[in-house]
Design a protein. Sequence first.
Length: 421
Amino acid sequence: MKKRSMVMSLLLAASLSVPSIANAAPDQERGQETFRVYVESTGVSAKSTKQSLKKQYEPRWELSENGFSTEMNEKQFNALQKNKNIKVTKVQEVELETDVRASEYETMAGEYPTQQTPWGIKAIYNNPNQTTTSGGSGVNIAVLDTGVFTSHYDLVNTVEQCKDFTQATPLVNGACNDANGHGTHVAGSALADGGSDKAGIYGVAPDADLWAYKVLGDNGSGYSDDIAAAIRHAADQASATRTKTVINMSLGSAGQDSLITNAVNYAYSKGVLVVAAAGNSGPNQGSIGYPGALTNAIAVAALENRQQNGTYRVADFSSRGYAQTDGDYAIQQGDVEISAPGASIYSTWPGGGYNTISGTSMASPHVAGLAAKVWAANPSYSHTQLRSVLQNRAANNDILGGFGAGYGDDYASGFGFAKVN
Ligand SMILES: [Ca+2]
Ligand SMILES: [Ca+2]
Ligand SMILES: [Ca+2]
């Protein structure tokens, strides 16, 4: 395999540096271990209660008027629970929607990709001979994930923001290191641009701008308050810069989280389009995860590169919605909305190489990229108009293959496979 240039060895070396673990918890005594909580004061004196709580516990994120997240130990948590004017809850952990260990094929750093337009790109462009991609100019894609290897040849020119929401000091600007691989892979499917030499890999919308927001740790797990803060930050940045923004969340959990729900609703109210993985807990009914299951997030199911009943097939692992809503072409909580390629997806990887992995995590950025591409071409659209267009394109490409899939809107594939053409 041809080498891409000497620069790659530097990139590889950079990727091997061990990320520092910031501010490891100092509490070693039994019962003194701290954990993440959200504290909300209630009642007529909620404001002053909050002020005094903030003096005791250093706030991490203030995600509501009378609340904030912080760290405390079991003893402190139990004490606050007894106070009727304080609502204190443990912050939920959220995970990425892929098993990255299930990598099938890897191209080492420094080598050119074996495919410049992987099957998912050809499929969503509806052209088996597609050799490059285009579009997305002026639209931001905020990838809330494990970070991004922003030095990758095929991503470096797309990076506009790189921020870390997971460190002990919240919101580190200019840092978004990905030691996991998941976020780098997701970003590549959405907007890899082939690199300056145009010999690299292509995502759906290579002219879009990448906002790489690290919200999950290197083990692929993160806290819902960090994710909620990143969602709100993306929405505020979209407003401040007066630009169109698509949020991609290839992450989730079985249960609904109020911090993330409120943040998604906030972003949606600010005109941001929110796209999320449906989850990898299929194929049974009701296996869909959050935040995809929220009405204000587009839940994306994963397709395999395999035909059944004359269409692509929904992967068994792809989480399902509820059969009772089949055929209604309406979106309510718990519905799968759109399908996209998500099995055996080849994309960018930390260090500068490429890797093939599977999950609804891989399907979601195909839709985020398509959204950016359609929005850039139709800048007068509101985010709700854009969502309708994506739904219509999906309905025009009905999916019939896979457990639970059938004619029209179904709980496995949603409205269908939304394509470029
Ligand atoms: Ca949804
Ligand atoms: Ca339905
Ligand atoms: Ca169908």
